[in-house]
Design a binder for this molecule. Structure first.
Ligand SMILES: *[C@@H]1O[C@H](CO)[C@@H](O)[C@H](O)[C@H]1NC(C)=O
Ligand SMILES: *[C@@H]1O[C@H](CO)[C@@H](O)[C@H](O)[C@H]1NC(C)=O
Ligand SMILES: *[C@@H]1O[C@H](CO)[C@@H](O)[C@H](O)[C@H]1NC(C)=O
Length: 454
């Protein structure tokens, strides 16, 4: 009896030790390669895993839409079940049953490429709307507790993990030895999120308190903050009123609070990563805290904007990206396309060169062959708070002005030029159609008249 409980005790302490050692031990391996991605349709082929496995990340971070869990009904303008248009009578998305969610997660997990990654890398992550259970859903969604359990099962979260007892899937991890420490904070932008257009909360009070502790906690050279939706880019400001995307930009007060917290805690080396939008993009905002805040958006591993169009028309997507104004996007010679966005299947990669002096971080979006589509190099010495917000000082603003102006601050005609173009094209088409109709009617009347005369 005593022997067995002793054994129990030893096993328990060994387990605790191994848990602690993955969290903070000095002999923890140096991290140099981190990959991440989002929007993986479990029912479609997923060739991207081959490229990810070739990159050989030590850590992989899921940024949400890890599966498509909800049921999407077809676009129907007419008929008994109308899913679009002002007269729609049926939601376009409905949640799946628990059984169906399990089937979909099992399918995702059984993918051979992903299974291989699971054997070779530490896989962590968060969720977005479709794996949370419903398109664009927030705190009101009633299946969130069940789906949290399924999501944590998918991530192999230990059964007694505190993460299974809290409301939401937020978590943090620390990798690497001291002086080369990488902290990864994954946020939950769904469980506590107020309705869109409320300018309410994204994280909720408990998660805000937790995040503050995490940011005030032990020093790390790099702090990666993973958010399912974009933090820096506010595409909606320039694509509205045509369409709106989810992002922190849609919750201006909450976004300001996030930047304020980073500034107040003097946390250095913060880099955001995000997903959701079905294309890749690297953005930076120089006037939020005392150093540039980067946001590396990788989306999707499978779902991508260009796939929606037939191949010969895909250049139009790139043309529209190039045409739509932006103020935060990192544009440089390393971009594959002039727009400096990437609308095909991709994953994100953060490679750290600790031996460089100062240490540098390479931020990349890589394609399905593992080749670089977008990239930028950042020295860790650039990501240090500078006391006063020197970057917002108008005398030093000059060069980085581009990454300081909010999209919503652009002049009307520039800001809305996408909508203007689209409405112009529609007007021309409608006028051409009307002209054609008038022509036809006139010809017919003329003919009828002529026939009568004859
Ligand atoms: C996922 O892929 C399948 C097979 O290609 C397709 O039928 C389905 O519509 C896709 N799901 C989404 C959400 O695009
Ligand atoms: C982002 O764009 C939306 C839509 O135009 C706007 O309501 C919001 O205030 C913008 N957010 C920021 C931070 O500029
Ligand atoms: C960025 O760093 C990588 C090495 O990590 C190097 O190969 C590449 O040329 C650098 N790119 C630029 C634009 O400096």
């Amino acid at each position: 009896m005593a022997a067995s409980s002793n054994l129990h005790y030893i096993l328990l302490s060994l387990w605790c030790f191994s848990f602690l050692s993955t969290a903070t031990a000095e002999d923890s391996p140096i991290i140099t390669r981190i990959a991440f991605g989002s929007c993986a349709n479990q029912s479609a082929p997923q060739p991207i895993w081959e490229a990810i496995n070739k990159y050989d990340p030590q850590v992989f971070i899921w940024l949400g839409d890890n599966i498509y869990g909800d049921i999407r009904k077809p676009n129907r303008l007419f008929g008994k079940e109308r899913t679009i248009g002002p007269w729609r009578n049926s939601p376009r998305f409905v949640p799946s049953s628990e059984e169906e969610m399990k089937v979909r997660y099992a399918k995702a997990k059984a993918n051979p490429g992903y299974s291989r990654l699971l054997r070779n890398a530490r896989v962590v992550g968060t969720w977005d709307d479709h794996d949370y259970g419903l398109n664009d859903a927030g705190k009101e969604f009633d299946r969130k507790a069940i789906n949290q359990r399924l999501m944590l099962d998918f991530l192999d979260e230990p059964l007694d993990s505190p993460r299974r007892k809290q409301a939401g899937v937020y978590a943090s991890y620390t990798f690497g030895p001291s002086n080369k420490r990488v902290k990864v904070i994954v946020l939950d932008t769904r469980y506590h999120r107020d309705p869109l257009r409320s300018d309410g909360s994204i994280l909720g009070d408990t998660q805000w308190g937790w995040l503050e502790e995490e940011l005030r906690g032990p020093h790390s050279e790099i702090t990666i903050i993973a958010s399912s939706v974009q933090v820096i880019s506010n595409l909606s400001a320039t694509t509205g009123p045509l369409f709106y995307m989810e992002s922190w930009g849609r919750f201006p007060k909450e976004r300001k609070r996030l930047f304020q917290l980073i500034d107040d805690t003097k946390r250095n080396g913060v880099i955001f990563i995000s997903g959701d939008v079905h294309f890749g993009e690297i953005t930076r905002y120089d006037c939020a805290v005392g150093y540039p805040l980067y946001d590396v958006t990788s989306s999707g591993l499978v779902q991508s904007v260009e796939k929606v169009f037939p191949r010969p028309l895909r250049f139009i997507v790139r043309l529209l990206f190039w045409y739509t104004p932006n103020t935060m996007r990192v544009t440089n010679d390393n971009c594959r396309y002039k727009s400096c966005t990437y609308g095909q299947q991709n994953f994100g990669a953060i490679s750290i060169d600790w031996d460089a002096n100062p240490a540098t971080v390479r931020l990349e979006i890589r394609d399905v062959n593992g080749l670089t589509a977008l990239s930028t190099n950042v020295s860790l010495s650039e990501l240090q708070p500078r006391g006063s917000k020197s970057l917002t000082d108008p005398t030093t603003k000059g060069k980085s002005q581009r990454h300081c102006t909010l999209e919503a601050e652009l002049q009307g005609i520039t800001r809305y030029r996408l909508a203007v173009l689209v409405y112009f094209i529609i007007t021309v088409l409608v006028m051409a159609l009307v002209g054609l109709l008038i022509g036809v009617v006139l010809t017919i009347t003329a003919c009828v008249y002529k026939c009568k005369v004859d």
